[in-house]
Design a protein around this ligand. Structure first.
Ligand SMILES: [Zn+2]
Ligand SMILES: [Zn+2]
Length: 641
């Protein structure tokens, strides 16, 4: 009889299954671990005396993961067919796992307050990788020789067997702290701890600390009214403060604490945070060693949270904490949650590197990411970690600045690759589908099984000479322009002097006078609206296409009618939802397919997403699962062009 433990796991990432395998090895229990597209199965002998203690221990070493769902167990007299696990080692870029964290806070360990503590299944590995295949010689740690303890540990510790980046305070990366007068080098356990202690105290007393982290430079500070720019990210020092300061559903709480530690926009709750950030803010739970150790010391100062900004190394600050090793940073990944749906909005971390399956001899490049064959597998990662490669054909995103000189080079459009990435993730390449691509501008697509066609393209938007375009839109528009000039002379002036290449949401945010002049600003403003909606924003004038100028004109007339900003922002998304809900059924009817695909970052918005569920929910629209719904999905989709 077999005992089978099953965990829902909705990702192609292997680190959780690998960790279970390593832990089984460590505890010397015989267990087979296999991973399918939806779950991880753990198969053990029911009679094994160590079974119970193994499962108990597993609970302690397994981190919470974004991808993990419910678990269950059952008995079976047949062993499930085993699929061989992938042998490809890919560098992860997530938080330290529970075992590694334990070492970081255990004064007797060689890694007490050592920020680069990691194992085969966790931590900041990708920042140090310079090239594939992933081995120490291909990382910036190649110049650091592991000490004797580390060498022997790499042979004996099941969690760190042959771990390429093994290191400790003795042999690892030295930290340095500088203020205007002096410089201190951390060499011993005590020094490491001291450095974070001093940093935390400085922040608590109102000074700023610029820190080189595995995710690039961050300027940490205590957010107070005058310095809480809307661009800063709220860093919660521990999970206890969550319920006091933030309004979250369970899914959001779990996602923030998951080992992947995504960036999440969350509603504020406490008066203190409302005063600093308004209705919502981007929130982070410590996501890598430096930030985690700082957060621990911040707690000791009595603060529940601080803030940080991503910045360059030459940013002004009272203290600088850094290290010499160069790092290769990834863009942080934003997550969107609506009930049980989780979508990666944009970014590289967590998602890449990704191993994908491709039968073609093709390299694709988009947004500085490339899909390249590494041995038998295809891997998507930053362009710079791949050496020169041989390929039959090269597919480049049209806007990509990349000179290859390859004889068989093709350029492709973003929307085509985005739509195909969704179809590929759902095994629907080759079947007809209708698509909506909404990334600043809105396009309706049709895929005939061979290629993606832009069926209802957006009318191009140019933000220069704006008033002329609005004035001539329709009868009476010139009056609106005059009234607007009288009521909002400053905004009028700004809109009169715009550069031509701004997107409609930036211009809308400026029109509404939002602090954050972007789509993000409109989204967060919409979140603060608690009413019911019903404001109709005009989105088109002719041929059923979305007309940016009609849209702006409509917003301006509501503004003149004293409609509140939050109501307007909410209605913007609602109107888009209705518009999409009108066009999609028409396309479905015309093309005879009920497969509907949604792509583009703009969908990651509570008002729009909710509206879409109502207007096109009947088609169960498909979206990306493993890849971001934003532009980064193109590098994968281009494999199917
Ligand atoms: Zn670990
Ligand atoms: Zn060592």
């Amino acid at each position: 009889m077999y005992f089978i433990f099953e965990i829902v796991f909705s990702s192609n990432k292997m680190y959780i299954a690998d960790l279970i395998r390593a832990y089984a090895k460590e505890t010397q229990i015989e267990a087979d671990v296999l991973q399918t597209e939806e779950k991880i199965l753990l198969v053990m002998n029911q009679e094994d005396a160590k079974l119970e203690s193994f499962l108990k221990g597993l609970e302690e070493v397994l981190p919470a993961s974004l991808f993990m769902g419910r678990s269950r167990h059952y008995f079976s007299d047949k062993k499930p067919a085993l699929i061989p696990a992938s042998s490809m080692r890919l560098p992860v870029n997530i938080a330290p796992c529970p075992s590694c964290q334990k070492e970081m806070f255990d004064v007797s360990s060689r890694r007490y307050y050592y920020p680069f503590t990691s194992c085969n299944h966790c931590g900041s590995q990708h920042p140090f990788v310079t090239q594939y295949p992933y081995e120490r010689a291909h990382t910036t740690m190649k110049f650091l020789t592991p000490c004797e303890d580390c060498v022997s540990e790499a042979k004996s510790n099941a969690l760190r067997l042959d771990y390429p980046l093994i290191s400790c305070i003795e042999c690892g990366i030295a930290l340095r702290m500088r203020d205007r007068e002096s410089e201190h080098l951390a060499l011993t356990k005590g020094d490491y701890r001291k450095l974070f202690e001093v940093s935390a105290r400085a922040i608590a007393s109102g000074e700023s600390v610029l820190m080189k982290t595995a995710h690039g430079y961050r300027r940490f500070f205590k957010p107070e009214a005058e310095n809480a720019a809307s661009t800063s990210i709220l860093l919660m020092a521990d999970a206890k403060g969550f319920n006091e300061h933030l309004m979250m559903v369970t899914q959001e709480f779990n996602a923030l604490l998951s080992i992947e530690r995504p960036l999440l926009r969350v509603a504020t709750k406490s008066d203190a945070l409302k005063a600093l950030y308004g209705a919502s803010t981007r929130v982070k739970y410590p996501d890598e060693g430096m930030t985690m150790l700082l957060a621990r010391e911040i707690l000791n100062t009595g603060l529940a949270y601080i803030a940080y900004e991503e910045c360059d190394e030459d940013e002004e600050a009272d203290f600088l904490v850094d290290f010499d090793l160069p790092i290769n940073t990834q863009e942080d990944t934003k997550l969107f949650i609506n009930q049980d749906t989780k979508l990666f909005v944009s970014g590289e971390r967590i998602v890449f590197p990704a191993q994908v399956h491709s039968e073609k001899n093709r390299v694709t490049v988009a947004h500085d990411l490339a899909c390249v064959k590494v041995g038998e597998a295809s891997v998507i990662d930053s362009v710079e970690v791949f050496d020169s490669v041989q390929t039959e054909e090269l597919y480049l995103l049209e806007s990509e600045e990349f000179s290859s000189g390859h004889a068989n080079e093709h350029r492709f459009e973003q929307y085509k690759a985005s739509m195909l990435s969704v179809l590929a993730e759902h095994n629907k390449v080759g079947q007809k589908a209708v698509g909506v691509h909404f990334d600043g501008s809105l396009n309706f697509l049709y895929y005939n099984g061979k290629q993606v066609i832009n069926a209802v393209p957006a009318i191009p938007f140019e933000s220069d000479h704006l008033w002329e375009k609005i004035r001539t839109l329709r009868e009476g528009s010139d009056r609106l322009v005059e009234n607007y000039k009288k009521a909002y002379p400053e905004t009028w002036e700004r809109l009169d002097n715009l550069e031509g290449d701004m997107d409609i949401f930036e211009v809308t945010a400026i029109t509404l006078g939002l602090e954050d002049e972007s789509l993000e600003g409109i989204s967060s403003e919409a979140l603060s609206f608690l009413g019911k909606g019903g404001l109709q924003i005009d989105t088109r004038v002719k041929d059923n296409r979305f007309d940016n100028y009609a849209f702006l004109t409509s917003i301006m007339s509501y503004q003149l009618g004293d409609v509140e900003n939050s109501y307007m922002c909410y209605s913007i998304y609602e109107s888009f939802g209705d518009y999409i809900g009108e066009i999609v059924p028409q396309l479905v009817e015309k093309t005879g397919t009920r497969t509907v695909v949604l792509t583009g970052e703009t969908f990651a918005n509570q008002s729009l997403y909710g509206r879409i569920q109502r207007t096109v929910g009947q088609y169960k629209p498909l979206m990306n699962k493993n890849f971001p719904i934003g532009k980064e999905n193109a590098v994968y989709g281009a494999l199917y062009i």
